[in-house]
Design a protein. Structure first.
Length: 114
């Protein structure tokens, strides 16, 4: 089992920045990839960014150039630095870890006001 705890969400004005954190615990030795997804009200959950064990990253087109995912090798924490936030980035952001199964955090709300 893998437990994921997110933090760092909140309310920010358009153009502002936030950094989300996701701390992983439990059976983490063979996690293949971690990532961030988001779900806006009335919409499907979508991938925002992901990072593999080999540090390969992938971003949704809508956030490329504004968001950065990182995972320091010495820490069991993945970060999502979000810059130049837009109202359309408003959503619940979920941390995900892929091992033999897919694990999810409880989500953290990000609200961007115009």
């Amino acid at each position: 089992q893998v437990q994921l705890v997110e933090s760092g969400g909140g309310l920010v004005q358009a153009g502002g920045s936030l950094r989300l954190s996701c701390a992983a615990s439990g059976t983490i030795f063979s996690i293949n990839a971690m990532g961030w997804y988001r779900q806006a009200l009335g919409k499907q959950r979508e991938l925002v960014a992901s990072i593999t064990r080999s540090r390969s990253t992938n971003y949704a087109a809508s956030v490329k150039g504004r968001f950065t995912i990182s995972k320091p090798s010495a820490k069991n924490t993945v970060y999502l630095q979000m810059n130049d936030l837009k109202p359309e980035d408003t959503a619940i952001y979920y941390c995900n870890a892929k091992r033999l199964a897919s694990y999810w955090g409880q989500g953290t709300q990000v609200t961007v006001s115009s």
